[in-house]
Design a binder for this molecule. Structure first.
Ligand SMILES: C[S@@+](CC[C@H](N)C(=O)[O-])C[C@H]1O[C@@H](n2cnc3c(N)ncnc32)[C@H](O)[C@@H]1O
Length: 301
């Protein structure tokens, strides 16, 4: 059997970047060996990555339906590689054709649901520094999606790792002083200085206001970053940090089958997670290796 078709052991690919077509390489990986998948495949009809034309490159399909089908098939192979309690965090942007929005991310999400994935969240990546667009017939797009899918139920999701600050009662708020109920069983801001305020309902505030912050919301404002070396469509580290923290335990394994310039692997290394990267274009494999090498782990493995 040729070396590029042989089954791979986990040790062969852990913390490695493998060059090749995602679907073909995934077919060589062991079953259920990764905790989560964080990835951004080429968007339909956006840009060309490989200098020489190759039918293996995703995103160049003639129709949206062909694109959706091909991505679904690649992710079916990724599903086999994912642990039973694992999650897929899929970043996708949409495409206009002759001024008509194609709805590609949702077409993919619905097709993946049909294929057995459980859609758990449609996170909006809002880009505060999105490029201006010369359009006057519709609003300027400043968002993309990050779909969270699980393979099954129950699934691993560490909500505590990505809590965000409560905003209801800041020190400047008229409710200041009302924070003492946080984390206190039966503590409610309706008592004490706020007694009689009918705008407040009697509820389990000790549960609603978790002492470590509120549950992560679904709109994530994250500015687009810069990658000094040439690669288009690098996603910001801040966008995927929550995906890795909530989706993969320390020392677990994160897979990105469309690794590009290596952002997923860099964040994994920094946060004390293992990675497996797959990338079609040799030039980007080299770029990703340089970028991964430059990372200092904050949380050791
Ligand atoms: C949107 S970019 C990923 C960017 C990445 N998230 C980053 O931060 O750099 C998509 C990548 O998928 C690669 N690609 C395209 N078709 C592929 C295929 N069939 N298998 C594996 N990688 C592929 C492209 O070369 C490109 O680098």
């Amino acid at each position: 059997m040729p070396a590029n078709q042989r089954r791979l052991e986990l040790a062969d690919c852990l913390d490695h970047v493998i060059q090749g077509d995602a679907r073909t390489v995934l077919a060589r990986l062991p079953d259920q060996c990764v905790h989560c998948i964080v990835t951004s495949p080429p968007y339909f009809g956006h840009r060309v990555y490989a200098k020489e034309e190759t039918s293996q490159e995703m995103g160049r399909e003639a129709t949206v339906s062909e694109y959706v089908e091909r991505l679904t098939q690649s992710l079916a192979e990724a599903r086999r590689v994912l642990r039973q309690d694992g999650t897929l965090w899929l970043n996708l942007g949409d495409t206009y054709r002759r001024g008509v929005l194609q709805g590609v991310p949702w077409r993919v999400a619905l097709r993946l649901s049909e294929a057995g994935w459980c859609l758990r969240s449609d996170i909006i990546w809002q880009k505060p520094n999105a490029m201006p667009a010369a359009v006057t017939t519709r609003p300027t797009t400043d968002h993309e999606y990050v779909f969270l899918f699980s393979k099954s139920a129950p699934y691993y999701y560490d909500a505590d790792a990505i809590r965000e600050p409560h905003v209801t009662f800041t020190e400047k708020s008229k409710m200041r002083g009302g924070r003492r109920h946080f984390g206190v069983r039966n503590g409610t801001p309706e008592q004490g200085k706020n007694a009689g305020n009918m705008n407040l309902h009697h509820a389990r505030w000790d549960q609603a206001f978790h002492p470590r912050g509120r549950n992560k919301r679904t709109v994530w404002p994250v500015p687009l970053g810069k990658c000094r070396e040439a690669h288009f469509a690098v996603f910001p580290e801040k966008l995927i940090e929550p995906c890795l923290l909530a989706g993969c335990p320390r020392e677990g394994v994160v897979l990105d089958p469309f690794l590009g310039s290596g952002t997923t692997a860099m964040v994994a290394k920094r946060l004390g997670r293992h990675f497996i990267g797959i990338e079609l274009v040799a030039e980007y494999v080299e770029l990703s290796l340089r970028r991964i090498q430059s990372v200092q782990p904050e949380l050791p493995l």
